[in-house]
Write a protein that binds this ligand. Structure first.
Ligand SMILES: Cc1ncc(COP(=O)(O)O)c(C=O)c1O
Length: 379
């Protein structure tokens, strides 16, 4: 352990006690080309006289850090490509992934004080940008973050970032945080809220096949936090991991009354035996832009006689499990059939016809829906 006196030393006198086996993302041989004089050789002898391992930690210049960030990125094959990033801290857009960074002392990084949202890029249009932006602004208000620009300026920055990226099909993700300042709990030292945005090209094709879900044992967030899209996604991550550990695609949350709530990054819906589309109320979960749009599009199926009606109300687990069809809905998952929930087979265990019809309506809407859901990107 480093003693307190060691930790208060200036960096040049401070010892770093990292084991040799520690994976820092680069090999020891890659350290060699950098100035020898800038390499600290450290060893730690404890008060008991035991000698721990040593590790060479180089002191890097800004350009060396950037170069290493680039090498680190290039060394692993990513499923996603980052095409452009905007940062209000730098005040511009970069297309160099090595420069796509945010400050360590941003309140979002060390305290989770930030909110985010997304929008799909489909054939050069942003799908449901305005609906997602409304939720983004609402989340920021609930997180008591004063957004650094007015809504229209944010919208223009986002469109410009996609335009610079030249991405025609992918996704846009954006965050507003209390901003950089210090490492205190209070955001009072953060001088200005920050806006960040990134354009991502996903290399893997979307999969719309039927999937299994389990009930999550990870507690759902209390309603105050579940209704805003904050960066505090640890419960969501653990819930997804629990699903994967059980060979399932997602774990479904129940609310404090044991009613069906949502998945870790999607909403759920059912087709009842009476052929009604049934969605849980949005008062204790995230108001999904996709689920709300699907509810609107489902009116077409009511007109065609494929559905009897659409209901947004409380759903019990029993009603959910004995439904004819179950589906996950979200901007990432689109509309996906659930064929098994825990041990219960849903319907006949195959992808449901209404689910498939809703997926087709959504995909069609993404490609040729009205201007209210499709914002053209001038490239
Ligand atoms: C917890 C949660 N619920 C639901 C959704 C679905 O929302 P949307 O359709 O707007 O993507 C998301 C999306 O990320 C989510 O994180």
């Amino acid at each position: 352990m480093a003693s307190l006196s060691t930790l208060t030393n200036p960096i040049s006198e401070t010892c770093f006690f990292l084991p040799k086996s520690c994976d820092l993302g680069f090999s020891r041989s890659k350290i060699a080309p950098f100035a020898r004089s800038n390499i600290f050789k450290n060893s730690n002898v404890s008060s008991e006289g035991q000698c721990s391992s040593t590790f060479d930690v180089p002191l890097l210049s800004c350009s060396e850090v950037t170069e290493r960030m680039r090498t680190s990125r290039e060394s692993h094959k990513a499923k996603q490509l980052y095409l452009a990033m905007y940062s209000s801290v730098s005040g511009g857009i970069t297309i160099d992934p090595a420069a796509m960074v945010i400050p360590m002392d941003d309140h979002m990084v060390h305290r989770g004080h930030g909110v985010f949202d997304t929008a799909a890029i489909v054939n050069g249009y942003l799908y449901e940008l305005d609906q997602h932006l409304d939720r983004f602004v609402g989340s920021a208000t609930m997180a008591k973050i004063q957004i650094p620009f007015d809504r229209e300026s944010i919208r223009q920055i986002l469109i410009r970032t996609v335009s610079v990226s030249e991405c025609k099909n992918g996704s846009l993700r954006y965050w507003v945080s209390a901003g950089p300042g210090d490492f205190q709990l209070s955001p009072s030292g953060c001088h200005r809220a920050a806006l960040y945005a990134i354009v991502i090209k996903d290399q893997s094709p979307p999969d719309h096949s039927g999937i299994r879900v389990v009930t999550s044992s990870i507690p759902i967030k209390p309603p105050q936090f579940a209704v805003m899209k904050s960066v505090n996604y640890l419960p969501n991550v653990l819930s997804k991991m629990e699903a994967e550990e059980n060979d399932a695609y997602a774990a479904i949350w129940l609310d404090s009354d044991g009613l069906v709530a949502e998945g870790p990054n999607m909403n759920v819906a059912f087709v009842t035996k009476e052929k009604e589309l049934l969605m849980p109320c949005f008062d204790k979960i995230l108001g999904g832009c996709t689920a709300k749009r699907v509810a609107v599009l489902a009116a077409n199926l009511v007109k065609e006689g494929k559905l009897r009606g659409i209901r947004v109300e409380n759903v019990s687990v029993e009603d959910g499990k004995r439904a004819d069809e179950m589906m996950l809905i979200g901007s990432g998952v689109h509309v996906r059939s659930v064929v098994q929930w825990d041990e219960e087979v849903i319907g006949n265990g195959r992808e449901g016809p209404v689910t498939q019809a809703l997926l087709n309506l959504l995909l069609e809407d993404m490609k040729s829906g009205p201007p209210t859901v499709r914002v053209h990107v001038p490239y």
